[in-house]
Ligand binder design. Sequence first.
Ligand code: AMP
Ligand code: FE
Ligand code: FE
Ligand code: ZN
Length: 291
Amino acid sequence: MPCIDLHTHSNASDGTLTPRELIALARQEQVAAVALTDHDTTMGLPEAIEAGRELGVEVIPGCELSVDFPGGMMHVLGLWLPKHPRHLQKILQDLRNKRNTRNERMIAKLQAAGVGITSSEILKMAGDAAVGRPHIAQALVGKNIAVDFNDAFHRFIGPEGMAYVPKDKLSPKKAIAALREEEATVILAHPFSLGLSAEELEKEVAHLKSLGLDGIEAYYPEHSPELIRHCESLAERYDLLLSGGSDFHGAVKPDIHLGRGKDGLHVPYALLERMKKARRLKGQWVTESLL
Ligand code: AMP
Ligand code: FE
Ligand code: FE
Ligand code: ZN
């Protein structure tokens, strides 16, 4: 049974492969469908869609938004975005502007502590991408200031790091509404990162469902078999779709493989079929299977 991957990043945000390289890798690894879900940007979508057509990989255009959730990290994915989502574009631009301000504040903190990196070198390295902490980490590693990414996050830009600045985020309500306005299918990404107990997660999922959530990402490299079963049960009881993906970022997360995660991941094509069926019922557009 062919596998799919509904959570990936390109160098339009903090991944290392171009959208075309990502789709070429999917083809090579026999991943039948890929959702490109870059953080806060849809800039990579046109290239990914074109490459998908040429190479015979079904590309689901998406994005990933960070959402305000005190005490944990909440991300939502929007799948089946239009190539140029007009309403969402303003929100994404605003999020990218806030990212830039945040990055400059983190760089100023690093400079104040005598660490020699500048905004202009980070921007040059990132090109047109939505710039984030992985770009700063790359600069710190490149200059031998940090040994590796973990060290860069631990000592400098992670929550405990000396140059950390929290990110300005959308409320869950606003994020879900913005994605729904584009007729996207809205998925709660990697629920483990909320840091909740099973009961707390159930409450939160029920709340998000009331705000318009369509599904949850049950199949994810960091998820234990227990959490996967819990997500499956929540999906059943709250009438939610099941999703799954590797959160592939290329070379900056070298242990995560496209489609396979840490090798234990297998997201079946049937799950995508169920999502498409739900969309068709609502009169929403779907991608064409290229199998
Ligand atoms: P940002 O959106 O700028 O806050 O950056 C978040 C990104 O940093 C996420 O995509 C994570 O993949 C990455 N990240 C967070 N913590 C670490 C870590 N300890 N090591 C490597 N990457 C990390
Ligand atoms: Fe990322
Ligand atoms: Fe995420
Ligand atoms: Zn992601």
